[in-house]
Design a protein around this ligand. Structure first.
Ligand code: DP6
Length: 421
């Protein structure tokens, strides 16, 4: 390690998106390597609205690897962090920064320690896939710091060992995680099917549903499903392989009717597998079910799907509208059924891309109660309202993959000390 002094700190910052699966990953054939029982497909969400930012630093003055998540120090001793760190370190190459007089050789990386600070721009407690963006950013930023010369798919196979769904966050747009065949997992990786420009009409509304119940984690839930659900075996063998091909076709042709039909069917089958697990797992709640019936009723009345819904391991709904006009109509319907608590105004009820409020003609609306009932409710019986059952909405769209942030002001670690700012 050649350098003028031992006080230097080298820093890299990156930003990585989260993703929502439209063909679900549920079940591992290898727990340690995180190898799935079927392929899956996801849409990357716009990192402007949902993302993880991570700064990694290296310095000869650090005496151990340390990590901070949302400002709080957390342990790096878990097997998943250790797998990712080990895989990245073993691929590190020489690094030279002439300006700072830093020279790190390939062999030095085994002895050097890193500091990692990570921040989610959305509430971690909201049950939105924070581990996907988190592990993807962990691997992506360390790979840059350690000058790992591997393509994005190879990096995805490392992020996979942090959390399965994380491998799909290494790309923007539409992404497929190929399950692979190798025992060592080398061919279980993500590939991009289409970038975020390919189908940019789509608008995504996430309903963050209030929940009192502690949910079963994906990791233990899917383990129980693998052990006890016959439906999971049938799904992995007979259903998903065909759906993957159909979904790839639907995305390629921007065929919204097929895309929506497949997305909803796959979400419902995933939750059916959860019910088929012993003891059964309930991720959706009454609010989730209510949202499904609102969308189903509307889609049926239009004759062709306008909106797709999908739910992960929790009650939050991810709704994908075919275009902005439909998204505006969807928002009107959702606000009709799920008005905000009287103490919150629309501006704090809708997060992310707030321009949807203008599009829906709701920007100046004082009283959501004034919204008329959607026309597909034909009877005159006033429909029930579910005030407070949705905490808030996030409006977003398909988005780009990971990026490095060169602007030092965006770093989460102090470039002099390597400690959180
Ligand atoms: C329902 O990737 O969180 O969101 O690999 O054990 O970390 P681990 O699980 P995780 O599972 C995600 C499950 C899902 C479906 C999906 O994202 O495909």
């Amino acid at each position: 390690m050649a350098s003028e002094s031992q006080n230097w700190v080298l820093v890299v910052t990156a930003r990585t998106p989260t993703n929502i699966a439209v063909i679900k990953y549920w079940g591992k054939r290898d727990e340690k390597l995180i190898l799935p029982v079927n392929d899956s497909i996801s849409v990357t969400l716009d990192p402007d609205h949902l993302c993880t930012t991570t700064t990694v630093a290296v310095s000869p003055s650090f005496d151990q690897d340390r990590m901070w998540l949302n400002g709080k120090e957390i342990s790096l001793s878990g097997g998943r962090f250790q797998s990712c760190l080990r895989e990245i370190r073993s691929r590190a190459s020489d690094v030279e920064d002439k300006e700072k007089g830093i020279k790190i050789s390939k062999e030095d990386w085994e002895k050097l320690h890193v500091h990692i600070a990570s921040y989610n721009n959305f509430p971690t407690a909201a049950g939105l896939a924070s581990s996907a963006a988190g592990f993807a950013c962990f691997v992506f930023s360390l790979a840059k710091l350690m000058n790992v010369n591997e393509d994005q798919s190879k990096l995805s196979a490392i992020a996979r060992q942090g959390s399965g769904s994380a491998c799909r966050s290494l790309f923007g747009g539409f992404v497929k995680w190929i399950m692979g065949k190798d025992k060592n997992g080398s061919d279980s990786l993500a590939v991009q099917l289409a970038d975020e420009e390919h189908w940019d009409d789509l608008v995504i509304l996430v309903a963050v549903v209030s929940s009192r119940q502690k949910e079963t984690s994906s990791t233990s839930g899917m383990r129980e499903s693998v052990e006890t659900s016959l439906l999971l075996q049938h799904r992995a063998k007979e259903v998903v392989p065909k759906r993957i091909l159909q979904m790839e076709e639907a995305i390629k042709n921007r065929d919204f009717a097929s895309f929506a039909q497949l997305t909803c069917a796959d979400s419902n089958q995933f939750h059916a597998v959860c019910l088929d697990t012993s003891p059964p797992i309930f991720y959706m709640n009454d609010t989730s079910h209510k949202i499904i019936s609102i969308v189903e009723k509307w889609n049926r009345s239009e004759g062709t799907p306008q909106v797709a819904y999908t739910f992960d391991a929790g009650p939050n709904a991810v709704l994908i509208a075919r275009n902005r006009k439909v998204a505006a109509l969807l928002l009107q319907r959702l606000l009709f059924y799920f008005p905000p608590n009287s103490d919150s105004d629309l501006n704090s009820y809708i997060h992310g891309d707030k321009s949807i409020l203008q599009d829906a003609g709701l920007a100046g609306l004082k009283d959501v109660e004034a919204l008329p009932p959607p026309p597909e409710i034909k009877d005159n019986i006033p429909s029930q309202k579910y005030r407070g059952d949705v905490s808030y909405f996030i409006c977003t769209r398909p988005g780009r993959g990971p990026v490095y942030l060169s602007d030092e002001s965006q770093a989460l670690l102090n470039p002099e000390t390597g400690l959180p700012k």
